[in-house]
Design a protein around this ligand. Sequence first.
Ligand code: B12
Ligand code: SF4
Length: 480
Amino acid sequence: MMVLLINLPGESVRKPEEHCGLAFLKAYLEARDICTDILDAYAKRLSITECLSYIMEWLKQDDNCYIGISPFVTSHENFIIVGEYIKRISPSAIVFAGGHYASLNKEYLLRTYGWLDAIIVGEGEISLYEMLINPFNVNVAGVYRRGLEDKFIKRERIKNLDVLPFQARYLTPNELEGQPFAITTSRGCYGECSFCSISSFYKLNDCIKQTFRSPQSVSAEIHRLVDDYNISSLKIVDDNFFRDKSDDFLDELVNELSDLEISFRLSARPNDITEYRAKKLKELGATVIGIGAESAHEDSLRLFNKGIDISYSDRAIKYLSDNGITCLVNFIMFNPIIDIDGVLENCLFVEKHMHESLFHRINSHLWIRTTDPIVDKFVELGLCDRQGFPYIECRYKNKEILRIREIFDIWCNHNMKEYYADADILMANGIVGNKHIYEHYKKMLEQDVEILKDLVMMCKENRLEQDGEKYVRKCMEETK
Ligand code: B12
Ligand code: SF4
């Protein structure tokens, strides 16, 4: 039996990263003697044509082929192209999919695409393995299989992640173009943000919100990475690094890794960053910590079901910066309910923190997937008729916000590559030691804030339509 796992091609100006999900599946299957290849067309920046040629060559190896695809909301079209292609050139191959997008849309996808044989719902390791070792017409927990749809049973989550083998390392440091390896210490998050798929995804298994690895297991994997690759930095890709109110995991991990010098980046909820934890994170070697501030506008935070107000983000940024840790603030500038003063509050928040923090490009807006819990709120507010797939169409309450967004996009898109050329380095390594790059990055961010504030003012003075686009084009001319 041969298994191929595919991360589809997709366009991105960002540097490549490992697909930990596929890397975990490969390690799990190979520990059970099932030969598993990964085609990460996204990370290797392959075109769809190159991806199809690889698949054609791969299929020549064996008749007993299983091909699993990990589609994202953004790769829906390539998912269809690849799936149809495989079934056309090799009708006996079994084609299945897994991950957030496939799991959350399982009924629609299996009903619509005849070439798709099954969807692994939720956490993948055990369900996939059991699907492979059983005859294909047998019902297995966690597998939503064509012909057995009404017999679907949920797969329980793996409660102790220490039982899993360490994820496979299928990309070389060269292929990662300087990005650090990724590692997970937990899966899931106790939060219930209405725009996020994490909690809906793991509910497809059961109601356990977060599962963990022990500090000893995490430390053993990191020591192995140091031995094998001599690494000096790592990215922890947990949804939320912190577990509960206890500091034990962090304290123990710091002890376990005290013989190494590794820099880390990770993500956490703002309310989980305390003064004590910020100090401990510094001891661990943390250089960059992402926090989900999301918005400085109170009504938007309530809509997002964030469960905290913006003061938690202010404090988290302070604690981190007091300890020389760069804070990467995840922020959603525009959303369908925000008003003009809300956008201004957002601008002022960015302005207040841009001297010690990093932001993704601030033209970010809320992307709403059909399966996000927030959709119900928009329907209630009369802003959505549940049209569109995989993203749902939503009307903006205030049409002027949409216009500001469109005009501001023109500005941001003209130098997006330049922005991320700096931002990617800073987001990977932090501001400390990269002052030069940070100064250049900050100039761009300052200019973004200025331009957005000007657009807001034009809107307040009722001259956005007349002057907005002209103004942005002039700014673009001046920066040439
Ligand atoms: C690190 C990360 C990235 C990295 C690496 C991406 C990657 N290829 O994995 C980067 C920065 C490149 C990235 C980019 C994007 N990401 Co991202 N990312 C994450 C993050 C934070 C961690 C992923 C991870 O390693 N998880 C840990 C592993 C163990 O879990 P897993 O990937 O879910 O895999 C398990 C199961 O899902 C399942 N499984 C997954 N795939 C498959 C496939 C098969 C065949 C099977 C059987 C099972 C299976 O089995 C795995 C083991 O149990 C997640 C949040 C999260 N925690 O998942 C978001 C997340 C996966 N990203 C998301 C999005 C939207 C994106 C982008 C589309 C963003 C954008 N607009 O460009 C791109 C798409 C990139 C791409 N095509 O690869 C969404 C996906 C939502 C969706 N419905 O599609 C997530 C869930 C965040 C969120 N809550 O919105 N991302
Ligand atoms: S805190 Fe982050 S990972 Fe947790 S539910 Fe909210 S957005 Fe998702």
